[in-house]
Design a protein around this ligand. Structure first.
Ligand code: SF4
Length: 342
């Protein structure tokens, strides 16, 4: 089976809209959401890529801001009746799979992910059927249907360790959907991996030549890169890792300045935790640039204080997962969570 390239076309990527609100309106919305969270026994779980106001609100209201792995774990273990997940759809689905008894709401159900969109379940099933001798490892950025076909779910925090573990057991791997992350894992583990050809519209845009040019301007800057980026960009990095690993590296490394190759939503935590350090976006301009995302995920940007308040008021935008598919998808997810704590 020759796999097509599942990278999205520019017209499939929505335009971003910045909310126009005064600081008084913002404070009023935050206060309203806090009281709605308490009233509904709900907790806010947010990703590092969403609006800084939402990240602050999660932290201030007893919720949580993190990467997708830790969001999943926090949502599963929290006692609230309702989880409101600020992120993209697969994160809401993961929360529902792990906590079927809880109500899971999202500020919008339109927040997709190019990796999830680029891995249609029927085509993925055909790929798996054709390579049934392989262990199926899928990235968390997939639909519940794709997860339900897998043996393991991984995030960028644990993918290297899990693939190393499988390689040590002599298993051959079918990997989906991110081709760049797959290539990075393959290179660093030497595992036998067959890669689906999807990509993240944000990380795909980082440009190696422009990054090298920027390094000349800031020769002492450390370069931190997420492994969903192209190999030529990853090769320039001082540290490669998940969002949590990037935040950790920024605190640990001695550099005063960092060039960061991941969604710019992460700059909020980087600056908050390292007020004396300087953070610069890795370039998305340069040779071959189309700048469909400009280092910010257009779907993550759909999460706003306004739609969060209205969702909590109305109870709309609830995530539902077919119980039978959810039960099957829970197996590889729980395997991942157990591996991390085991
Ligand atoms: S940043 Fe990329 S991987 Fe993350 S949700 Fe957006 S499209 Fe998906």
């Amino acid at each position: 089976m020759n796999l097509p390239d599942y990278t999205l076309e520019p017209e499939q990527v929505p335009l971003q809209e910045e909310p126009a609100r005064s600081s008084a309106e913002r404070d009023a919305l935050k206060a309203e959401i806090k009281s709605l969270l308490a009233e509904k026994n709900a907790v806010l779980v947010a990703h590092y890529y969403v609006d800084p106001d939402i990240q602050d609100l999660a932290a201030e209201s007893g919720g949580f801001v993190s990467d997708s792995l830790e969001m999943a774990r926090f949502g599963r273990d929290h006692e609230a009746d309702t989880l409101i997940v600020a992120g993209v759809r697969f994160m809401g689905e993961t929360a529902k799979i792990l906590s079927p008894e809880k109500t899971v709401l999202m500020p919008t159900l339109k927040a997709e992910c190019s990796l999830d969109l680029g891995c249609p379940p029927d085509q993925f099933k055909a790929f798996c059927d054709e390579h049934s001798d392989r262990t199926v490892v899928v990235y968390a950025n997939t639909s519940v249907q794709v997860k339900a076909m897998s043996d393991w779910v991984v995030t960028s925090s644990c993918a290297l360790d899990i693939v190393n573990h499988l390689k040590d057991r002599g298993e051959k791997i079918l990997w989906a959907p991110d081709k760049h992350l797959g290539h990075y894992i393959q290179t660093n583990t030497d595992a036998d991996m067959l890669l689906w050809q999807g990509a993240c519209v944000v990380h795909e845009e980082f440009k190696a030549k422009a990054l090298l040019d920027l390094k000349k301007v800031y020769p002492d800057a450390g370069v931190l890169v997420h492994p969903e980026s192209p190999a030529a960009v990853v090769a320039i990095a001082d540290r490669v890792g998940s969002t949590s690993a990037i935040i950790k590296a920024a605190a640990e490394l001695p550099n005063d300045t960092f060039i960061v190759g991941t969604d710019r939503g992460i700059f909020h935590q980087l600056r908050r935790q390292n007020p004396n350090k300087r953070f610069i976006e890795a370039p998305t301009a340069g040779d071959g640039a189309t700048c469909r995302s400009c280092a910010h995920c257009p779907w993550m940007a759909m999460n706003a204080l306004e739609n969060m308040a209205s969702t909590l008021l109305s109870g709309d935008n609830e995530i539902f997962v077919d119980p039978a598919i959810g039960e099957r998808a829970m197996l590889p997810l729980e395997r991942m969570l157990a591996f991390q704590t085991g």
